[in-house]
Ligand binder design. Sequence first.
Ligand code: CDP
Ligand code: MG
Length: 137
Amino acid sequence: METTLVLIKPGGVQRNLIGEITRRIELRGLKITGLKLIRADRKTVEEHYAEHRERPFFGDVCDYLTSGPIVALAISGPNAVRAIRMMMGATNPVEAEPGTVRGDMALSIDDNLVHSSSDPEAAAIEIGLWFPEGTVN
Ligand code: CDP
Ligand code: MG
């Protein structure tokens, strides 16, 4: 049993894709154990993307994540981290397989609709960051 973090980024919320993305996650058999619509603050986003602090896109991606409402989801189930990662598709939507969220609904790396935790260690840190109040079982 694992829990992973999904963020529906501002573009996904703006395009009314909250339902479609959560529908796919639920259909897969994974459980929603945390769910909220929020305006992320800059400090949280910078901590979330701390591993990318030195990368050229760091400022832009932080601006983007704070530019509008996002949905934070905690998703639980067997192998949830890898299962979700595969469902979301490659970082660059042009390379994402059809059938994935990014492969079906996105075209640009600046607006690839979703974040998902890369591994169980990152997932635990990210759940703590976005759900400090805890998740619900
Ligand atoms: O989101 P994911 O884990 O697939 O990718 P990442 O390598 O951890 O990068 C985090 C986010 O930064 C991506 O989802 C993109 O939104 C953005 N990014 C970008 O704008 N340009 C890049 N060359 C790489 C990442
Ligand atoms: Mg990542």
